[in-house]
Design a protein around this ligand. Structure first.
Ligand SMILES: *Cc1c(COP(=O)(O)O)cnc(C)c1O
Length: 460
């Protein structure tokens, strides 16, 4: 969007440097060069401030990650202490340090029962690529080298590295890099509102779960290594599985001896009102990936957690595991992640997201259902989605090129709210420290911006 005409020379200088030399993720650079990047200079609590002094309430916790809010001294202190004592050492070649040992113990305490060993990476994408290598290595050690195909879902988001992007089912990510790689297959996702037609949500959920069994039978169970999925799909548009979906998926994985790798990068660390999406949805994964809320985004760190079955096979092998990053278990990142989890525990943020704070958020979200532009709202804990539609009854969407969601997002930015648009699905995922009055501010602004969008469309 274009900025106000009168912006400071300092902001202009940053925008010029940025436009000339900075390659942005997921950005059309031609458009950005015209509008000039918004420069965010500081943040505190649930608020962001740009270089022109404008305040925004962050309804997205950055990129779904800032669980404890911005500007927390506890995390800054933990990072500073580690930087002074041990700014770097690696965990290769039979070496460790207190920060990564203590973080591993802490993760064993908070992750679902059975997940007990952790490998560290620097991003959710690296976590998933590491998980793919673990899955392949596991089946090789088991003497089943043909069991290699990984099944994921349409609209899944698992990251951008070659493996993670191949897992991802957002097809716009694929052609530029000739993806997916061989050995990655996608099935339907349980997006009832968009694709469920006349079926009930439960029947549609069951049908999309059965699609996993159909695909396994088509490929041959002896060729299928794993099913990879987010408990609730995030960047694909906040897709909540209907009741019964996960029970069916788990039964199918068991029946055909297909590993279940859960991508908890968004759902983890309290987002859904429990520590993990697995807890909220009753899932028992063989292995899982964590990032984002693991450090509240204060440091780049990810963790792949392994259950006993996969972990034992790899840990009992005589082979060296030929994988690991220079910064796996980086002391500063590990120290900050540990302080973050301790803060989440001390402030009972998981209990709040599953209790009165989450309940108030869901109440305010559901109130938007009376709006003529809103076809459905859905959410759990501190996650919420709002479907903007042409026809509430028939669930008919606006034409894609009308960019209704983007229009709404632009109104949000102009009015001081960060709310993301995924197509015409508006999504919210605020910091877990959000207060009742800040939730009210978010939804008052959201309604105003949906009103403005409706006005643009001539609907009221
Ligand atoms: C963000 C995300 C990733 C990728 O994490 P990066 O740190 O951006 O590499 C993977 N999986 C899910 C579910 C995500 O939301």
């Amino acid at each position: 969007m274009s900025q106000a005409a009168t912006i400071s020379n300092q902001t202009k200088r940053w925008q010029e440097m940025d436009a000339a030399h900075h390659i942005h993720p997921f950005t059309t650079h031609k458009d950005l060069a015209q509008s000039g990047a918004r420069v965010i200079t500081k943040a505190k609590g649930v608020y962001l401030y740009d270089s022109e002094g404008k305040r925004l309430i962050d309804g997205m916790a950055g990129l779904w990650c800032v669980q404890v809010g911005y500007g927390r001294e506890e995390l800054a202190e933990a990072g500073y202490k580690a930087l002074k004592e041990l700014p770097y050492y690696n965990t290769f070649f039979q070496t460790t340090h207190p920060y990564v040992a203590e973080l591993s113990q802490k993760l064993a305490d908070v992750t679902p029962k059975g997940i007990e060993r952790f490998f560290f990476a620097n991003s959710g994408s690296e976590g998933n690529d590491s998980a793919i290598k673990i899955i392949r290595y596991f089946w090789n050690l088991q003497g089943k080298p043909d069991k290699k195909i990984i099944i994921a879902r349409n609209k899944a988001y698992h990251g951008v590295t070659l493996g993670a992007a191949s897992l991802s089912g957002l097809t716009s990510m694929h052609p530029q890099a000739d993806l997916p790689l061989p050995g990655f297959v996608h099935i339907a996702c349980p997006y009832w509102y968009g694709e469920g037609g006349d079926m009930t949500p439960e029947a549609f959920g069951l049908k999309t779960a059965k699609a996993l069994e159909e695909k396994i039978l088509e490929l041959g169970a002896d060729n299928v290594a794993a099913f990879v999925a987010e408990p609730i799909q995030g960047a694909g548009g906040l897709i909540f599985p209907p009741k019964g979906y996960w029970a069916e998926i788990q039964a199918i994985c068991k029946k055909y001896d297909v590993l279940l790798h859960l991508d908890e990068v968004i759902c983890g660390f309290g987002r859904t009102g429990n520590w993990f999406g697995a807890d909220t949805l009753g899932i028992e994964p063989d292995m899982m990936n964590m990032a984002k809320g693991l450090s509240s985004g204060y440091q780049p760190i990810a963790a792949v957690g392994l259950g006993k079955r996969v972990g034992d096979v790899i840990f009992n092998s005589d082979q060296e595991w030929s994988h690991g990053f220079t910064y796996s278990g980086h002391p500063v990142a590990a120290a900050v992640a540990l302080a973050n989890i301790e803060l989440i525990q001390k402030e009972k943020l998981v209990e709040k997201a599953g209790g009165e704070i989450g309940a108030h958020f869901q109440k305010r979200l559901a109130e938007l259902n009376d709006h003529p532009l809103v076809g459905e709202t859905r959410g759990v804990g501190l996650l919420g989605a709002i479907e903007l539609v042409k026809n509430k009854k028939t669930r008919e969407r606006f034409a894609e090129d009308m960019n209704v969601g983007m229009q709404c997002r632009i109104h949000c930015f102009a009015n001081g709210l960060v709310m993301r648009a995924i197509g015409d699905t508006m999504v919210l995922s605020p910091p877990l420290v959000v207060s009742i009055s800040e939730i009210d501010e978010i939804f008052d602004l959201a309604r105003r911006c949906i009103d403005l969008t409706a006005r643009d469309l001539g609907i009221s």
